[in-house]
Design a protein around this ligand. Structure first.
Ligand code: NAP
Length: 287
């Protein structure tokens, strides 16, 4: 029997990552020799921890917060154009002991939007937020061929820097609803609306009725933004799609097999999220 291909998601913290559920599901489904773990690395130990994992025979990694930028310095096998443009690496392929970096988040988002069944024109996309995930989203929207992309962020200078990198528009928060009037697609890439974070407080009535409303936050699956958009009859896309589709491309790079999203996988993920929420609530009530 072939030796199992060892893979892991590395981050700090990483215990709540859903990536092991996704990749283990596909490894089993395709009857592949592989194993996928979540490995927490203390930020100051990134380089030495990677060296140890390579010694143990690891062949690939997903990289999550806070290492998506720092890992770039360790990619001695190179970084592809997508990751370079986004400015972050979320997937590592180890070949001949060298780390090759790429980023599958932009594909994850675009594929999620394309396969959601939503219909939309590619005239104007409005992106809320200008953090790490926003860079991948803007890159993805550009690749999809959106004619106009507007970034609105709490910190205008961050949005302006990103807008310059991608040759798109940045507007101050005061102009948010003016920009919303023409949006075909709205994407929340801020952490607002996530469990434990403040709400986004966005009035969906300011969007055209045909606007597709996307949130990349997936805990909860239906954020207030998506709940409001759905209640108003607008099309919605949850963040779970992006998570699964970015994972598909990583899996392809490691195993040369493109796996599918499926109802079975969605059920497993929602079950896991439910368990994690219950555990967090129990912990809170015990404290
Ligand atoms: N679905 C997926 O596959 C996927 C993938 C990646 C990330 N995500 C989710 O996307 C979210 C953002 O991740 P990230 O890596 O981009 O984080 P990040 O780099 O820390 O960026 C956070 C963004 O949220 C904004 N923000 C934070 N707190 C705010 C507040 N109180 N008021 C207004 N704006 C605020 C920040 O604005 P400032 O610039 O003003 O600070 C920034 O634009 C997270 O919830 C993450 O879980 C989902």
């Amino acid at each position: 029997m072939d030796e199992a291909i060892k893979l892991a998601v590395i981050g700090y913290p990483v215990g709540q990552s859903l990536s092991p559920v996704i990749h283990s599901h596909w490894i089993e489904q395709h009857d592949l020799a592989g194993e996928y773990k979540a490995i927490e690395i203390t930020p100051s130990n990134l380089k030495s921890s990677i060296a140890k994992l390579l010694d143990k025979g690891y062949r690939g990694f997903n990289v999550t917060i806070p290492f998506k930028q720092d890992i770039m310095d360790l990619c001695d096998g190179g970084i592809d154009d997508t990751a370079r443009m986004i400015g972050a690496v979320n997937t590592i392929i180890v070949k001949d002991g060298r780390l090759h970096g790429t980023n599958t988040d932009a594909f994850g988002f675009s594929e999620s939007l394309k396969l959601s069944g939503a219909s939309f024109a590619k005239t104007h996309a409005l992106v809320l937020g200008a953090g790490g995930a926003a860079r991948a989203i803007v890159y993805g929207l550009k690749q999809m061929g959106f004619k106009k992309i507007t970034i609105v962020n709490r910190t205008l200078t961050t949005a302006q820097e990103m807008a310059e990198d991608f040759a798109v528009e940045a507007l101050p928060i005061e102009e948010l609803y003016a920009a919303a009037k023409t949006a075909d697609v709205l994407v929340n890439t801020t952490s607002l609306g996530m469990e434990g974070q403040p709400e986004l407080n966005f009035d969906v009535q300011q969007l055209p009725q045909h606007c597709v409303v996307c949130d990349i936050v997936y805990k909860p699956l239906y954020t207030q933004l998506l709940t409001d958009a759905r209640a108003s009859g607008r099309q919605t896309v949850t963040g779970l799609g992006m998570l699964v589709h970015q994972a598909r491309l990583s899996f392809l790079k490691w195993f040369d097999v493109m796996p599918d999203d499926s109802t079975e996988l969605q059920h497993k993920l929602q079950q896991k999220m439910h368990e994690q929420k219950e555990q967090a609530e129990q912990k809170e009530s015990a404290a």
